[in-house]
Ligand binder design. Structure first.
Ligand SMILES: [Zn+2]
Length: 90
């Protein structure tokens, strides 16, 4: 799933750079779409070395309780998060 988002981001970035006659307004639209999609690519929280239940969002540095099973997105910036404690089942 995450891989598909990466491909989509790459495609959008390519189009943004290589399409002819692209207006500034359209470039901004591409940037917006790229940013939104990049947030869907799963990232791991930055772990606190001393308190293992606490982590930080890798994007906006918001403190997160990382053993909360419902933690799938950063509540502040919306970055999709993955916890590596659950194994690689999916
Ligand atoms: Zn965040």
């Amino acid at each position: 799933m995450s891989e598909n988002y990466k491909d989509a981001v790459d495609t959008l970035k390519y189009c943004r750079e290589h399409l002819g006659n692209i207006t500034l307004e359209h470039k901004e639209t591409y940037d917006l779409a790229i940013k939104a999609l990049e947030k869907q690519i799963l990232k791991k929280p930055i772990r606190n070395k001393r308190i293992k239940e606490i982590g930080k969002c890798p994007i906006c540095k918001t403190e997160l309780y990382i053993y909360d099973e419902d933690l799938h997105y950063c509540p502040t910036c919306g970055q999709a998060l993955t916890l590596d404690s659950g194994g690689d089942g999916e």
